[in-house]
Design a binder for this molecule. Structure first.
Ligand code: NAP
Length: 324
C-alpha cells in the first residue's frame, strides 16, 4: 500500500475512502518542522493531501519519495510551486467547487458590515433596545445601487459581481492583470486602474491570490485613496494587505469599516486591535467552509491525488509543465 499523509482537513467520508486504498497518516496541529512521527512518515510518503501545509525546500528535502501534493483549497500560497516543479513533483488545488460558497461569504461580510448586523445583534441580545425606534446612531449604509470595486476578477470575483449586479443593482468596477470581456458583458463591469477603482468605490473587495506581486497590495497609500465612507472587504489572504495600515486607516477614519475573513496571522491574535473595533466584522477564514463545499473540495483533492499516484494527469494540476 502506498503511504500518504493527510494534513489538517480532509472530510471524514473522503478520509475513509482513502484509508481503503492507502496507508494514511493523519496529522493536525503539529509542528511540521520537528514532529518526529510526521518527519518519519514524510520520508516515506508518496502523496500529501490537506489544507495549508507549508511545502518548502526544507520539507521537500525530507520527502524523497513524494510525487504529489494535493491541496484542499484553491489558494496555493502555502506551496513553493517553483521548487516542486523543479523536482518534478505535482501540485494540485480545488478550483470551481468553492466559487459560489466563497462569493456568498464575501457578500455576507459586505452586507453585515454595511448594515452593522453583528453589532446590532449584540445590541438586541444585551437588552439595549429599549426605545421602539432605534436612534440614527445605529443606522447602517445602503448596499444596493452603490459602486462595488472588485480587485481580482477571477472565478470568485465574477461570482461576487454576479450577486452584486443581478441581486443588488450595484455598479461594478474591477481591476485584474487582464481585462475580462465576459464580466464586462454579463455584469456591465468596468475595467479600472487600481487607483481609480479605490477612489470611486463605495465597497472595495479584495479577492486575488497571494503571490509575490499581490503581497501588501493594499496599504497606507491605497487606504488613503479610498472614500472616507468606503467599506473594505478582504476575502483573499491576510498578507495581500498591510494589516497595520488597515488598523491605522480605521483608527484615523480614513475609511468607514472593514469585513475580514483573513488575517496576517491565523488564528488572529486575541489582542489584535481590529477585534476591538465595532466597525470591523470578522470571520475565521471560513470562505469555503460549508458542509457541502468542504466535502466537494476533499473529494476533488482525493481525485487529484488518486490520478497523480496512478500515473494519470490530475484534473487540477497547478503547473502543467511537470506533466510535459
Ligand atoms: P482565480 O480564478 O485565479 O482569480 C484570481 C484573480 O486575481 C484573477 O482575475 C487574476 O487576474 C487576479 N490577480 C492575480 N494577480 C493579480 C495582481 N497582481 N493584480 C490584480 N489582480 C490579480 O482564483 P479564484 O478561484 O477566484 O480565487 C482567488 C483567491 O481567493 C484564491 O487564490 C485565494 O487566495 C482566495 N480564497 C479565499 C478563500 C477564503 O476562505 N477566504 C477561499 C477560496 C479562495 P488575471 O486573471 O488577469 O490573471
Amino acid at each position: 500500500m502506498k503511504k500518504i499523509i493527510a494534513y489538517n482537513r480532509v472530510e471524514a467520508p473522503v478520509l475513509k475512502e482513502l484509508q481503503k486504498k492507502y496507508d494514511v497518516h493523519f496529522f493536525k496541529n503539529i509542528d511540521t518542522g520537528s514532529d518526529p512521527e510526521f518527519l518519519k512518515q514524510l520520508h516515506e510518503t508518496e502523496g500529501i493531501i490537506g489544507l495549508e501545509l507549508p511545502v518548502d525546500q526544507e520539507l521537500l528535502d525530507r520527502a524523497p519519495n513524494l510525487k504529489i501534493v494535493s491541496n484542499v483549497s484553491v489558494g496555493h500560497n502555502n506551496l513553493d510551486i517553483r521548487e516542486l516543479s523543479k523536482r518534478g513533483i505535482m501540485a494540485t488545488n480545488t478550483p470551481d467547487v468553492l466559487t459560489d460558497t466563497v462569493a456568498d461569504t464575501v457578500f455576507g461580510l459586505l452586507i453585515s458590515t454595511a448594515r452593522r448586523i453583528p453589532e446590532l445583534d449584540q445590541f438586541v441580545k444585551n437588552g439595549e433596545w429599549i426605545t421602539e425606534a432605534v436612534e440614527p446612531e445605529h443606522f447602517g449604509t445602503d448596499v444596493h445601487h452603490k459602486t462595488l470595486g472588485i480587485i481580482g476578477m477571477g472565478r470568485i470575483g465574477k461570482a461576487i459581481a454576479k450577486r452584486a449586479h443581478f441581486g443588488f443593482d450595484m455598479n461594478i468596477l474591477y481591476h485584474s492583470r487582464s481585462r475580462k470581456p465576459d464580466a464586462e458583458e454579463e455584469f456591465s463591469a468596468v475595467y479600472c486602474k487600481l487607483d481609480e477603482l479605490l477612489k470611486q468605490s463605495d465597497f472595495v473587495c479584495l479577492i486575488t491570490p497571494l503571490t509575490p506581486e499581490t503581497e501588501g497590495l493594499i496599504g497606507k497609500q491605497e487606504f488613503q485613496l479610498m472614500k472616507k465612507s468606503a467599506i473594505f472587504i478582504n476575502g483573499s489572504r491576510g498578507k495581500t494587505i498591510i494589516e497595520q495600515d488597515l488598523i491605522n486607516a480605521l483608527q484615523r477614519g480614513e475609511i468607514a469599516a472593514a469585513g475580514l475573513d483573513v488575517f496576517e496571522n491565523e488564528p488572529v491574535e486575541p489582542d489584535n486591535p481590529l477585534l476591538k473595533m465595532k466597525n470591523v466584522v470578522t470571520t475565521p477564514h471560513i470562505g469555503s467552509s460549508t458542509h457541502e463545499t468542504e466535502l466537494k473540495m476533499s473529494q476533488l483533492a482525493a481525485r487529484n491525488l488518486d490520478a497523480g499516484l496512478s500515473g494519470e494527469k490530475p484534473p487540477n494540476l497547478i503547473d502543467e509543465s511537470v506533466w510535459e
